[in-house]
Design a protein around this ligand. Structure first.
Ligand SMILES: *[C@@H]1O[C@H](CO)[C@@H](O)[C@H](O)[C@H]1NC(C)=O
Ligand SMILES: *[C@@H]1O[C@H](CO)[C@@H](O)[C@H](O)[C@H]1NC(C)=O
Ligand SMILES: *[C@@H]1O[C@H](CO)[C@@H](O)[C@H](O)[C@H]1NC(C)=O
Ligand SMILES: *[C@@H]1O[C@H](CO)[C@@H](O)[C@H](O)[C@H]1NC(C)=O
Ligand SMILES: *[C@@H]1O[C@H](CO)[C@@H](O)[C@H](O)[C@H]1NC(C)=O
Ligand SMILES: *[C@@H]1O[C@H](CO)[C@@H](O)[C@H](O)[C@H]1NC(C)=O
Length: 355
């Protein structure tokens, strides 16, 4: 999608899966289909002890909720890393061809496991988007195209490299994947002034269940609306703490005079406040250690921050979301535990729809 300093974009891809009969050798079938389509960066479920190290290393790599890394949790038949949109389309094609459910993983921060496991027990693959992580910034139009597999850290880094005065309002954890984050809304430090990340999306590319690549015009306004927050999963925080970090958009002197007026008891002094650029504030709030630099934001391993999470329900947007889902994915190829079902699944409770 197109994102400007206020408008990031990400390449979207809705979430899905389906239930299928178990096949004799889905591993062989998906391997030959992918190979036929010139896709080589994938790892299949290990047959031998020897193969298992690389498979589990890749699988564990970005599972943020370690409950889903446990040995008793179903494992994917394959983990596939498409390197281009064409490979992504062919990966979706092959997965459907072999009747495998699909889990899409951007940063792996779905704490309900929607990016790492098919909860209904269907055989599945993980499409890991980490190689679709390009970010191109266009200062002329003040927009950027962000592929869905880019992390927030990679996105911020690219924007900061292009400009000292542009930013983008999204979350503060740099290893969160832009695709899932923006599709779920995307709340962050700049949100009170600039809104959610999803509010700043001006265009998006989406691969549908039939392998079509659709932009905003192609998908239509209802679907475009639904992918910007419709798959609502927001990251929240819980807990009680006696210390806090504050964030003020403006010079230190104004912040101090407001604090002095509103909270004189705190006795905040000049030294308690640091004046910094937008990108420096991103590094500050990222949880990276002191002395980290802007380029550390791209490091997917350095930052492992446990986050509490909150859930939001669809409220009165539900019907509109079902309508949009029915337009773009009537047979519910892209589904997950808390996904929106299309009308066809609602009316056939014994079909493949998950809850
Ligand atoms: C397959 O991939 C290789 C290396 O990425 C490339 O050189 C070749 O042209 C591709 N072939 C097809 C048929 O796409
Ligand atoms: C697959 O992609 C990963 C992540 O970018 C990379 O580290 C790895 O070298 C790639 N493997 C192959 C076989 O291309
Ligand atoms: C497993 O790897 C070890 C060391 O690389 C090798 O000696 C052994 O033959 C391998 N076993 C199998 C079954 O491939
Ligand atoms: C993956 O994570 C699981 C659970 O934490 C652990 O049991 C397993 O050893 C890990 N595998 C690798 C290769 O890190
Ligand atoms: C990191 O910064 C905090 C707050 O500025 C400071 O209290 C702490 O001593 C610093 N730690 C290191 C290792 O520099
Ligand atoms: C749907 O499932 C229910 C409960 O499993 C069963 O009683 C019912 O007969 C099924 N209906 C159809 C049309 O298969």
């Amino acid at each position: 999608m197109a994102i400007s300093p206020r408008n990031p974009f990400a390449q979207f891809f809705s979430f899905m899966c389906f239930l299928l009969p178990s096949l004799a050798e889905p591993t062989d079938k998906i391997t030959s289909c992918l190979t036929l389509h010139n896709i080589s960066n994938f790892t299949t479920y290990p047959n031998t002890e020897n193969d298992s190290a690389s498979y589990y290393k890749l699988l564990n790599f970005s599972i943020q909720n370690l409950r889903f890394a446990e040995p008793t949790v179903p494992k994917p038949i394959a983990i596939i890393l498409p390197g281009s949109v064409e490979q992504l389309i062919n990966t979706v094609f092959c997965s459907r061809e072999v009747f495998l459910a699909i889990r899409v993983r951007c940063g792996g921060h779905s704490y309900e496991g929607t990016s790492s496991v098919a909860a209904d027990g269907a055989p599945f693959v993980i499409i890991d988007m980490m190689n679709l992580n390009r970010v191109s910034v266009d200062l002329e139009t003040e927009t950027a195209w962000v592929e869905g597999g880019a992390t927030l850290g990679e996105t911020y880094h690219a924007i900061a490299k292009a400009s000292r005065v542009h930013g983008f309002p999204a979350g503060s954890c740099p290893t969160v994947g832009a695709g899932g984050h923006i599709a779920g809304g995307g709340f962050g430090l700049l949100s009170r002034k600039y809104g959610l990340a999803a509010d700043n999306v001006v265009d998006a590319l989406l691969v549908d269940a039939n392998g079509r690549l659709l932009d905003r015009q192609g998908m239509g306004e209802d679907v475009f609306w639904a992918i910007r927050g419709g798959e609502a999963k927001t990251i929240g925080t819980t807990g009680i703490s006696a210390t806090f970090k504050g964030f003020y958009l403006g010079p230190r002197s104004s912040a101090l005079s407001i604090l002095d007026h509103a909270f004189p008891d705190l006795g905040i002094i000049k030294e308690d406040c640091k004046e910094m650029s937008w990108i420096e504030s991103i590094v500050f709030f990222s949880g990276l250690s002191n002395g980290s630099s802007v380029s550390d934001l791209r490091n997917r391993i350095a930052v492992e921050i446990a986050r509490d999470w909150g859930e939001k329900y669809f409220l009165n947007n539900y019907d509109r979301l079902v309508k949009a889902k029915t337009i773009i994915d009537p047979s519910n190829v892209f589904s997950n535990q808390q996904g929106i079902p299309p009308v066809s699944c609602l009316s056939q409770p014994n079909s493949t729809a998950e809850s």
